[in-house]
Design a protein around this ligand. Structure first.
Ligand code: IVH
Length: 670
């Protein structure tokens, strides 16, 4: 998908912040906030953007270093050889691509050595003259933590090697993990004590290794398996990775019994499939298969990036789906009053992440999937932030209750109305329905709008609950005493927040329009409005005719704009903003056109949109619609009963966007 350089710059920064945040939670706090799939998705998006715009690669990008920082308490140790990470293959195509790339480097048949990818904690272990001397966590790849006293509690790890001839030095890489049965027993015990349980064995293993008190690790019955040699006494040098693994076995070090040599691609894929099938029956958790070029000379020739070797890949398993019970349905109110049904599920664990809620999207989706309260449903987390309900298990249906859209808003009690021609319902009380007020203030303060640094969701929530503000304009009436009295606010944070509120008063016209939160007016449309009206007063007086003149503003968006400016409350808010000192900066020279040079094609029929609706939605984001598929087409929007364009798009490997994914897809464009 073509993305302008300036957009790419912004997106890259966003992705880096997000990925670094999750790295820290995963590696330093042992408390992952998202699934591996979601992480991998963001990571590959970043990599793709960086490959398209190499001069935008930033120093703090996770692709340039391995990630996690250390937490305090342990002695820091620098790795003699950095501990790298692995590149991922998320499907068979990725894996084949990896293999074919390898094949371009040699005439010989490539022999791959495969190992299960244990889901645990990476550790570097050093034996000197046969004695276990050090054990260091990966940390940021260069500096890790000395956790030797905890590692020594692992029963299967020899403190002294038992062999006639022993290398003077060897630095090895291993994974510390926990058996499923030990994990289940631990959680059972915690539950009986009414204490919080762990989400997955990895968290326990990582958590115990990073406890200062080694008695905790000793109680966990942790396991270890070796999968790499970073440094070896030259007298023991080998020519292949597999012979190194055999050597380690001879020294009595645990190496997986499932390791396997594949002589060609088919064989490697066959092994992957076998392991995937066996996965559930294994006594420990694995999340993929790691393939490594066996020949060490070839490994050296292939080399590595600063993050990962080019001779290895982690071919990950697809995320699992699981069945659980739908206990209830609640209804959430969004910024523009749209009511979204949310499934409240009997808590389940998918791929190590606890799931207890899932979006049901809208009433049509519920009807289509025939979902009722009390049903057993198949839930899937696959790259999506919010888990999805795939289907209902009708055969298990017993005493269920139909899901009905409430007549009144669950938050404010006002009437709920169905939006014409769409599957959505809306609470019409936009000026005094609390969730709507809160969301509109959150939007107003957000980075791309007024950019009020420090005014986060929870502060906004408290300010509204305590009736200190009733609309976004009231932000500018806040004084020191209003803020210092809030939970978690100190003198410094209060003063900083007041400063950023003051700073936000100088704002460009387009950001100001965007901040108002007019329905369907995203950043691009806000820019179009700002460049066409040149002043807020002119914008107030706009008519349908004026708006239709503006390129790509269609009837739905203009209706929303007119409705917005006819609402007295909105005008009062804007007047107040100006009164409180908001100073709009106008760019009088700029003339914008709204095209991003991205063209999309539509095929099939849609449940919630007419063709014109779709065109308008795309146009509002600066995207064009064309009739014919070509190599240059950015994506095909596919409804029911698609025509021949669908096959053509598949042949040309053009991105396919389904109706259910459309809104999420469009959100990516600003
Ligand atoms: S090799 C230079 N082999 O997965 C390559 N890693 O996602 C270093 N892991 O940091 C890694 N099983 O902690 C390798 N058989 C295996 C593995 C494995 C699990 C972990 C390891 C690594 C992470 C990368």
């Amino acid at each position: 998908m073509a993305l302008s350089k300036s957009k790419a710059r912004v997106k890259i920064k966003e992705l880096i912040t997000e990925i670094n945040y999750h790295n820290k939670h995963y590696h330093a706090y042992d408390d992952p906030k998202i699934s591996d799939q979601e992480y991998d998705l963001m990571y590959s998006e970043l990599k793709l953007l960086e490959s398209k715009f190499p001069d935008l690669i930033l120093e703090n990008s996770p692709t340039q270093n391995v990630g996690a920082a250390t937490s305090s308490g342990f002695k820091k140790i620098k790795h003699k050889i950095p501990m790298l990470s692995l590149n991922n293959a998320s499907d068979q195509n990725d894996f084949i691509e990896f293999y074919e790339k390898l094949q371009t480097h040699t005439e010989d048949n490539i022999k791959l050595y495969a190992e299960p990818k244990f889901d645990g904690l990476a550790i570097s272990i050093e034996y000197i003259d046969g004695e276990l001397k050090s054990a260091v966590t990966r940390g940021d790849g260069n500096i890790g933590e000395d956790v030797i006293s905890n590692i020594k509690t692992i029963k299967s790890l020899p403190l002294v090697l038992n062999s006639k001839k022993i290398p003077s030095i060897m630095t090895l890489r291993a994974e510390v993990y926990m058996l499923k049965k030990d994990f289940n027993n631990l959680n059972k015990k915690l539950k009986s004590l009414n204490e919080d349980t762990y989400a997955n064995p990895r968290n326990v293993a990582a958590g115990s290794i990073r406890q200062l008190d080694h008695k905790i690790a000793a109680k966990r019955n942790l396991q270890i398996y070796f999968h790499g040699v970073a440094d070896m006494d030259p007298n023991f040098a080998q020519e292949t990775h597999s012979s190194y693994m055999n050597l380690l076995k001879k020294f009595g070090l645990p190496v997986s019994e499932l390791n396997h040599s594949s002589s060609n691609l088919d064989n490697a894929i066959k092994y992957y499939k076998e392991i995937e099938k066996e996965r559930e029956n294994l006594p420990y958790e694995i999340d993929g298969v790691v393939f490594k070029v066996d020949n060490l000379k070839l490994q050296k020739k292939l080399g590595q990036t600063s993050k990962a070797p080019k001779w290895s890949i982690a071919y990950k398993f697809q995320s699992a789906s699981k069945i659980t019970k739908l206990i209830d349905v609640t209804f959430q109110v969004g910024r523009t009053g749209i009511i979204t049904p949310v499934a409240e599920l009997e808590t389940l664990n998918i791929g190590g992440v606890k799931v207890s809620r899932a979006s049901l999207h809208n009433m049509d989706e519920i009807t289509k999937k025939d979902i009722q309260i009390g049903d057993y449903v198949l839930v899937k987390r696959a790259g999506d932030v919010i888990p999805d309900i795939v289907k209902t298990i009708i055969t298990k249906r017993k005493n269920t209750k139909k899901i009905l859209m409430p007549k009144h808003c669950p938050a404010c009690g006002s009437i709920i109305k169905k939006i014409e021609t769409q599957a959505q319902y809306r609470c019409i009380n936009q000026n005094s329905c609390k969730p709507q007020i809160k969301q509109s203030i959150i939007h107003f303060a957000s980075r791309k709008a007024m950019n009020i640094d420090g005014l986060g969701d929870s502060i906004i929530n408290d300010l509204v609950e305590l009736k200190k503000i009733f609309s976004y304009a009231d932000i500018y009436t806040l004084r020191y005493n209003d803020l210092i009295s809030l939970d978690r606010m100190g003198d410094l944070s209060t003063n900083n927040l007041l400063k950023s509120i003051e700073k936000s008063k100088n704002v460009t016209f387009d950001k100001f329009i965007y901040a108002l939160g007019i329905k369907e007016v995203g950043e691009t449309t806000a820019k179009m409005i700002s460049s066409n009206f040149k002043s807020i007063n002119k914008f107030f007086k706009t008519t349908n005719d004026d708006l239709e003149y503006i390129q790509d503003i269609g009837p739905i968006v203009s209706k929303n704009i007119i409705k917005f400016i006819l609402d007295k409350k909105n005008i009062e808010n804007i007047k107040n903003l100006l009164k409180y000192g908001v100073n709009i900066e106008y760019n009088l020279n700029e003339k914008l056109t709204n095209s991003k040079n991205e063209s999309f094609v539509i095929t099939g029929t849609f449940n919630n949109y007419t063709r014109d609706d779709l065109k308008e939605l795309l146009a509002a984001k600066g995207l064009l619609v064309s009739n014919n598929i070509s190599k240059k087409t950015s994506g095909l929007i596919v409804g029911d009963k698609p025509g021949s364009k669908y096959q053509k798009a598949l042949d040309l490997k053009i991105k396919i966007i389904l109706e259910k994914d459309l809104i999420k897809f469009l959100e990516e464009f600003h």
